[in-house]
Design a protein around this ligand. Structure first.
Ligand SMILES: [Ca+2]
Length: 155
């Protein structure tokens, strides 16, 4: 088949398709399929945005807890920040209601104006004499509920 004949055949085919067009059923089905795919993509996008937001909150909370642990590790053993200020919580260092120290409404930098609460509890002579068990708990609320991260260390 020469190139000219192929071009003529293609023109004829296009002409037939142009004259026939699409039926209403074909158009409606196509629109339905496009809308279905777009709605599915929109739902997945919303889920991804929520998950990404949640990950950001958790990352910030972990940073806040690690910052406090580093601060306490770098403090001298005689520092006021390492005093076991509340001995009644020493058997439950994960408690956020019966605490040694607390900072409320802090942001990711530990400054006022955020959604996080950072609590840290200290138990003297735990697990051995002269040691301090420390728990740092960061909590926050967002539209999905209440969340917390906690870390423990021994100084
Ligand atoms: Ca304590």
């Amino acid at each position: 088949m020469s190139l000219q004949k192929a071009a003529e055949a293609l023109k004829k085919f296009v002409s037939i398709v142009d004259q026939r067009g699409f039926t209403m059923h074909e158009v409606l089905f196509s629109v339905f399929m496009i809308v279905t795919v777009l709605l599915a993509l929109a739902g997945m996008t919303t889920t991804l945005i929520h998950q990404n937001s949640m990950n950001d909150f958790t990352d910030t909370a972990v940073d806040l807890a690690q910052d406090k642990i580093e601060e306490l590790k770098n403090a001298l053993s005689t520092s006021a920040t390492l005093v076991d200020a509340n001995t009644s919580n020493n058997s439950d260092l994960e408690s956020t209601s019966n605490f040694d120290y607390r900072e409320t409404n802090i942001n990711g930098l530990g400054q006022a104006g955020g959604i996080y609460t950072r609590t840290w509890n200290i138990a003297d002579n735990n697990p051995k004499s002269g040691m301090k068990a420390v728990a740092v708990i960061v909590t926050w609320n967002d539209r999905t509920g209440s969340h917390r991260v906690s870390f423990r260390t021994i100084l």
